[in-house]
Design a protein around this ligand. Structure first.
Ligand code: ADP
Ligand code: MG
Length: 230
């Protein structure tokens, strides 16, 4: 299955009672299958809005978004979403947060969840509750949860923005490892230029009012990438 994303002439206006906010203006962007792309831009330029449109969380827009051969018109298990705050269920332990509504009693689900827990390096924390986890660990759970249904595209909205610099560096490296293993198509929004350059093959720079793409900058560094401090 090919998961190339084609964003074609996408415009978005929020219409409220007394005003309408024109947020995205005729955006065009291609994200190739298996490519890691980051989007940066000033606060309010429409990064989250764009990501939600790609995810199918909001289908009220002009233009078209294609994922492979399919037109995006609603959420799909083929596209996983990771928010800035982890949004875990506080009353469910780690393994249940990852499994969601799939039954852990089924051996194939059990194995899938165990594999994901190993992948995000949370072995031993299966039964822990979100309140017992650090911010970085919670975000690891959120990543595992997003990977559960083997999405072809992973969409991440400032996933490490709320974490301290040390944890952030670790999770950036963890995410790259996961990506190199799965070759999922990645679109990650950040306002951290350093993060953009470290992670992606292509940096999409957005401009505000109304949101447009100002530049697409290729990052000519080979993978695998590691921090020099390692
Ligand atoms: P970013 O993620 O780049 O900071 P957003 O996509 O969150 O920006 O928001 C872009 C613009 O759209 C902002 O001006 C914001 O106020 C506006 N906006 C976002 N969501 C809504 C909404 N539901 N209703 C009205 N305006 C919105
Ligand atoms: Mg945002």
């Amino acid at each position: 299955m090919v998961a190339t994303l084609e964003i074609n002439q996408v415009s978005k206006t929020f219409k409220n009672e007394n005003e309408s906010v024109h947020v995205l203006d005729h955006l065009n962007l291609t994200v190739n299958n298996g490519e890691f792309v980051t989007i940066i831009g000033p606060s309010g330029c429409g990064k989250s809005t764009l990501l939600k449109l790609i995810a199918g969380l909001d289908s009220d827009f002009d233009g078209t978004i294609m994922a492979g051969d399919l037109t995006v018109s609603g959420p799909s298990k083929d596209r996983g979403f990771i928010f800035q705050e982890h949004r875990l269920f506080p009353w469910l332990n780690v393994e249940k947060n990852i499994a969601g509504n799939l039954p852990l009693k089924k051996p194939d689900i059990r194995k899938r969840v165990d594999d994901l827990i190993t992948l995000v390096k949370l072995k031993g924390f299966e039964k822990a509750y979100p309140r017992q986890l650090s911010g970085g660990m919670s975000q690891r759970v959120a990543i595992a949860r997003a990977l559960l249904r083997n999405p072809e595209v992973l969409l991440l909205d400032e996933p490490f923005g709320a974490l301290d610099a040390f944890t952030r560096t670790h999770l950036q490296e963890a995410l790259l490892e996961i990506w190199e293993r799965n070759k999922t198509t990645m679109v990650l929004v950040t306002h951290d230029i350093d993060e953009s350059i470290f992670l992606s093959k292509k940096v999409v720079v957005m401009d505000a009012k109304p949101g447009r793409i100002k530049a697409i900058v290729p990052i000519d560094l080979p993978y695998p990438r590691t921090r020099t401090s390692k």
